[in-house]
Design a protein around this ligand. Structure first.
Ligand code: PGA
Ligand code: ZN
Length: 461
């Protein structure tokens, strides 16, 4: 009588269902045709997850180490067979039976296995693939989309896309020094509308370039790569495209730049960014494509950005100065931090130690988050949490070398990051992330909030 089995449901518990049964990896290709690591994890409950690792071109010196084979007989030395072997060998062995639902513990185990400060032994590409594949497998075992599995029911903010519609710098073979000219459709009511606005502006820009007899071939991140007379000219062409598409710059659409100014650094620097043998702590920069002979101090760039922020609806500047120029960054933040978003990418490299220094010294007011700069999901989440607690803006970002993997779209919503940078409105490895965000918006239904409706996101410092 106390055990009325008849007519009741018998629940069979599967407590070990998130334990890791198998870990495997393979070499696949990224969007530049360069090898990268893909990892698959199967749990004992039969759920499985897969993740592919992105790769940068204008990488920061302080990033975690991307392990490449260096065997010039294959892929010009860029093979990743060693990283793959590390996953299939020591990592798979150590994680067998490990409960993947404890992401922080799993990532701590990966760090312990590697044992170096920058993941140089096993490779950040090996570690990141495992870390992300585990998160995907756990989401699958819970039968949840990744954004929900990671972020819970509070995850519902669709990010403002920062769409890189003109490519320059190290990402394109053209005359522009600035790496990324981006649009931010903040005037949309929903993410899907922001995406449409971006695509319309991109299509209009193509017509404008065509008419001007400029090339409409695209760069690494899917933006056009025209040979325009100057960086400022590119800003003006973008504004023209926004207007011709029927939108008002400064009201519907804002501008953002990624200068990637580490690439402009004129000479080797000492630790504090000074030139060897030079008393001043000012780093010198050189536009390496438009005017390769003319070096200028950081203060000249600060004045230039100031001018552009006054003249144009430019609200965000990423890596306006170099990765080790803390001195220049301090002046840059003092001059422009209250006027807009100053984003540290190469400067912070998704690293909590470097971000902590930036917060303490009042440098920048936003951080670019790239999972492969740091190499595990847990450390990525820590960097986001620290940034948010300090009132810094957070932008989840792709790399210039990407794959069809869309993890960062889910990560952006899981953390309510508010902004995502994932390229232009062409090339499927870019558009795949936008399409994932469309699916997420649909899943969330009326609960979805588009971050553009909460603009301005950044108060500055
Ligand atoms: P990368 O460029 O992926 O080539 O480093 C992206 C960026 O600088 O934001
Ligand atoms: Zn950048």
């Amino acid at each position: 009588k106390r055990f009325p089995l008849v007519g009741s449901t018998v629940i069979i518990m599967l407590p070990m269902s998130t334990r890791i049964h198998a870990v495997t990896a393979r070499e696949v290709l990224d969007s530049r045709g360069t090898p990268t690591v893909e990892v698959e994890i199967r749990l004992s409950g039969e759920a499985a997850g897969r993740a592919a690792v992105p790769s940068g071109a204008s990488t920061g010196t302080h990033e975690a180490l991307e392990l490449r084979d260096g065997d010039t007989r294959r892929y010009g030395g860029k093979g990743v067979r060693r990283a793959v072997a590390h996953v299939r060998g020591p990592i798979a062995k150590a994680l067998k039976g490990f409960d993947a639902s404890h992401q922080a513990r799993l990532d701590a185990r990966l760090l312990e296995l590697d044992g170096t400060p920058n993941k140089a032994r096993l490779g950040a590409n090996a570690l990141l693939g495992v870390s992300l594949a585990a998160a995907h497998a756990v989401a699958a075992s819970r039968k949840l989309p990744l954004f929900r599995s990671l972020g819970g029911s509070g995850a519902r903010v669709l990010p403002i896309p920062m769409m890189n519609i003109i490519n320059g710098g190290a990402h394109a073979n053209n005359t522009l020094d600035i790496q990324e000219f981006m649009i931010m459709p903040i005037g949309a009511g929903r993410f899907s509308e922001a995406l449409r606005m971006g695509a319309e502006i991109f299509a209009t820009l193509k017509q404008i370039l065509k008419r001007a007899k400029q090339t409409t071939a695209v760069g690494d991140e899917g933006g056009f790569a025209p040979n325009l007379p100057s960086n400022e000219h590119a800003i003006r062409v973008v504004l023209q495209a926004i207007e011709q598409a029927g939108y008002t710059p400064g009201r519907h659409v804002m501008l953002a730049l990624d200068c990637a100014a580490t690439e402009w650094t004129a000479a080797p620097r000492s630790e504090n960014g000074a030139l060897p043998g030079v008393k001043t702590r000012e780093t010198r920069y050189r536009f390496f494509k438009s005017a390769p002979t003319k070096a200028m101090p950081a203060s000249t760039l600060v004045t230039l950005y100031q001018k552009w922020m006054s003249k144009y609806p430019l609200v965000s500047i990423e890596d306006g100065l170099g990765e080790d120029d803390w001195y220049g960054w301090r002046a840059l933040t003092r001059a422009l931090g209250s006027r807009g978003q100053l984003v540290g990418d190469d400067l912070f490299v998704t690293n909590v130690e470097r971000l902590r220094r930036g917060i303490a010294e009042r440098i920048a007011n936003a951080i670019l988050i790239k999972v492969n700069q740091i190499g595990t999901l847990t450390e990525t989440l820590e960097a986001i949490a620290l940034a948010k607690s300090a009132g810094y803006g957070t932008i989840i970002s792709h790399r210039s070398g990407e794959t069809e993997d869309v993890t960062i779209a889910d990560l952006a919503v899981a953390t309510n990051a508010g902004q995502i940078k994932t390229g232009s409105l062409s090339r499927s490895e870019r558009v795949a992330k936008y399409n994932e965000l469309l699916r997420i918006e649909e899943t969330l239904g009326p609960r979805a909030v588009y971050a553009g409706t909460r603009w301005p996101l950044v108060r500055g410092r």
